[in-house]
Design a protein around this ligand. Structure first.
Ligand code: ZN
Length: 658
């Protein structure tokens, strides 16, 4: 725990620009500094740092806050870790107050695991470099595979000799607990034998460079011996959240804004040695969500290198929808026959490798489409299944513009009508949103907050001004915006449904009645949508949600997604605050009729109340300047409006308090 007084000391010392500059290249523009946002992909800078206010804000994605927020978002630090980082940077010595005995024990325990792993690393390296067996068996192997000594040391490569209990014995002599060795999987359960024997060793580092685990490769040609064996999972090693090489690659990935993913340890090491340092390996066939998040912390651009047969590749592709969901740009590179990244780079060199990869990188979805299309061979059933598969992948992409580009490309490749693909995609999106919303409704605590479709809108900034073409959502609750949003929601979701008995569409029903207020919305964005809709109706069209989901205006797209994802997620206190009945909870689709009537009434009520106020001001002004004629004219208007207002209020069931 850091004492409060020291927290203040750290915050006082912190300069936002100095912190951000460690991760983002900034240049000065007026009093602010700008750069490319590290939180979303962009080509023109919309990431602002304001030194005077000591805050940052991105106008593209809406992220913003203090230096602590920046570190928590960018480095995925906890609050305390962000403060520690700042304290180190500004050379403030933290005098921590006491932690609970449990915290101390947990820390001591994981420290002890790292300490023993570090001892094991030194042991394996010592065996590799300083013993005859190590030199003749293992060092010569690494050298034969083209590795330089510097690389071998940098990656913590080593050797576990044949002797059955050398590590255990050495550890005991140096005073390490055998129990800890056992916990780390370095020895047998009874503590009598070493786990890794006659193997070359690879250290698996965590992101900060500590040794979390080991992998050992046999040099024996005996097929009955497993080629690789690994440390078991422990408190310090969670396999599906670890990428081999991530520590060594971290900086390059950030600088190049791209991560290359390969399959093997040797691939990573050889590529690093050849200067291609933004390379990591997942020690399994498919990427896990935890591993993707590790990559996404540093870049959105992922290139995956495959060598292997089409069947294996097909299986690996399945995991990649996860990356699409995270809005990552995934590209696939197939290596020439019989080559893996290691052999390719050893034979042709780093430059040729980079050139090959850049030239042959294919977009993931198009690659998948082509690969699967080859297999359908004109079989219509197989093709139908393929289309479903591809559309499912596309539906995972959060960005509607990207989605529509893919739909176009794939409709060409598959020779299927683009609109058919589009409606299938939207069906899947709405379905998955609905499922998530239902899940959230059933179990509110379990809502995943990293889901881009359900993420809460970014907070409205109080310190920076928004540019006009923002993409974040307007805040709800100011002025008449709540009623306006409801109107827009009904238009987008149910605009083309029919009202009964009027036999007119929901959109015509609403818009005809509020035509004169269309230019008068408190929230410009809502007004824009209502006007857009009105225009289309006049041209005889009834736009579907697709129209707004794929609208050229990013703010409209974002809002539409939000509306589609949260039609029923109303906070209970809105009922009181905004007199908003939750009668549409269970089956919203069937209630658009009564919804539309009430929404319209509430909207008109708010606008009338506002007009009453404006008119009242006119009456007062007229009375002050003694203009009795005007005064009486305005009072008549006022009376009419009050009558109308009370009438609507009665039908909505609202008590007018003023
Ligand atoms: Zn951004």
């Amino acid at each position: 725990m850091i004492p409060a007084q020291q927290v203040q000391e750290i915050l006082d010392a912190t300069r936002i620009e100095e912190v951000v500059e460690e991760f983002v290249t900034l240049r000065r523009r007026g009093v602010n500094l700008i750069g490319l946002c590290p939180f979303h992909n962009e080509k023109t800078p919309s990431f602002n740092v304001n030194p005077a206010r000591n805050i940052f804000r991105c106008f593209g994605c809406g992220k913003g806050g203090s230096a602590v927020t920046f570190l928590m978002e960018h480095e995925h630090f906890s609050y305390v870790d962000a403060l520690r980082w700042l304290a180190r940077k500004y050379r403030i010595e933290i005098k921590e107050v006491e932690r609970t005995p449990e915290q101390v024990l947990a820390q001591q325990y994981s420290d002890s695991l790292y300490i023993v792993n570090d001892f094991a690393l030194q042991h394996f390296q010592d065996q590799l470099f300083n013993t005859d067996e190590g030199k003749s068996v293992a060092l010569s192997y690494f050298k034969k595979r083209g590795l330089r000594e510097e690389t071998i040391r940098n990656f913590g490569l080593g050797y576990a000799p044949e002797q059955r209990d050398l590590l255990v014995k050495t550890a005991k002599n140096k005073g390490y607990e055998v129990e800890t060795l056992r916990k780390l999987g370095l020895c047998s359960a009874d503590g009598s034998r070493d786990f890794f024997r006659s193997r070359v060793m690879f250290a698996i580092h965590n992101l900060s460079g500590k040794v979390a685990a080991f992998a050992g490769r046999t040099l024996s040609a005996d097929k009955s011996i497993p080629k690789y064996i690994n440390s078991p999972e422990t408190e310090i090693y969670v396999k599906n959240k670890t990428l081999f090489g991530a520590f060594q690659a971290k900086k390059a990935i950030r600088q190049l804004d791209e991560c290359i993913l390969v399959e093997g340890y040797m691939d990573v090491i050889s590529l690093h040695q050849a200067g291609i340092e933004n390379t990591v390996a997942s020690s399994g066939t498919s990427l896990t969500e935890g591993q993707l998040q590790l990559i996404k912390r540093n870049t959105n651009n992922l290139k995956i290198l495959y060598d292997g047969d089409p069947a294996g590749i097909k299986a690996a592709l399945r995991g990649l929808d996860l990356a699409l969901e995270q809005d990552m740009n995934v590209r696939i590179v197939l290596l020439p026959n019989q080559e893996d990244p290691d052999s390719f780079v050893q034979q042709h060199g780093g430059e040729a490798f980079t050139e090959y990869v850049n030239k042959n990188a294919q977009d993931f979805i198009l690659f998948k489409t082509q690969l699967l299309l080859e297999e359908t061979k004109g079989d219509p059933l197989k093709k139908a299944a393929l289309i479903k598969d591809i559309v499912l992948s596309i539906s995972k992409i959060p960005d509607p513009i990207k989605r529509s580009l893919y739909l176009r490309e794939c409709s060409n490749l598959l020779q299927v009508d683009e609109n058919a693909l589009l409606s299938e995609t939207n069906r899947l999106i709405t379905g998955s949103i609905r499922k998530k919303a239902e899940k959230t409704a059933r179990n509110p605590g379990a809502a995943s907050d990293d889901d881009p479709l359900l993420a809460p809108p970014p907070e409205t900034p109080d310190t920076f001004e928004y540019p006009t073409n923002r993409t974040s959502l307007p805040s709800v609750g100011k002025g008449d915006t709540f009623q306006e949003r409801d109107i827009v929601r009904l238009l987008i979701l149910y605009g083309n449904q029919m009202m009964n008995p009027e036999a007119t569409s929901v959109a015509s029903f609403i818009l005809a009645d509020i035509e004169e207020s269309l230019g008068d919305f408190d929230e410009v964005l809502y007004g824009k949508i209502a006007q857009d809709y009105f225009q289309q109706i006049q041209n005889g069209a009834h736009p579907l949600p697709d129209h707004f989901l794929n609208h050229p205006d990013a703010a409209i797209r974002t809002l539409t997604l939000d509306i589609m994802s949260s039609p029923w997620e109303l906070s209970p206190n809105w009922v009181e605050k905004w007199n908003y009945p939750l009668q549409n909870q269970p089956m919203p689709d069937f209630n658009f009729d009564s919804d539309a009537r009430q929404a319209l009434d509430r909207f008109k009520l708010r606008k009338l109340m506002k007009m009453c106020e404006i008119n009242l001001a006119r009456i007062r002004a007229a009375s002050e300047r003694g203009d009795e004629e005007s005064m009486f004219k305005y009072m008549k208007v006022q009376q009419k409006m009050i009558e109308k207002r009370n009438q609507i209020a009665a039908s909505v069931g609202t008590v007018i308090l003023r």
